[in-house]
Design a protein. Structure first.
Length: 105
């Protein structure tokens, strides 16, 4: 099964290993590797949503509709942030309960 998930190429006796060849033995390892990329990326996106909402709020010039739109962006960013933290904590708790503490999360 490991050979199906790894990226190893043999050219004229020289073995070239791909980035997935280290420690990928099952589907859980693949999910852990993907989540290690997605969680920080989601945090960066949420930061930009909050900055965008703050910018719109400052540039609203007292227009009630622009203020309402900016507040909606800030609220969405904060809800997304709390959902991201909650999902991370839920995964950590479930992995601790089932003894799966060997992954990246």
């Amino acid at each position: 099964m490991n050979k199906l998930l790894s990226q190893t190429l043999n050219l004229n006796g020289t073995e070239i290993k791909g980035p997935l060849d280290e420690g990928i033995n099952n589907l859980g390892d693949v999910v852990s590797r993907i989540l290690s990329f997605l969680m920080p990326m989601a945090g960066i996106v949420l930061l930009f949503v909050l900055i965008w909402g703050g910018y719109d709020f400052m540039m609203s010039q007292g227009n009630p509709e622009k203020i309402k739109g900016a507040q909606a962006k800030i609220t969405s960013g904060l809800i997304g942030f709390f959902l991201l933290i909650a999902s991370y904590l839920i995964v950590r708790v479930i992995s601790a309960i089932f003894g799966l503490n060997t992954g990246i999360l």
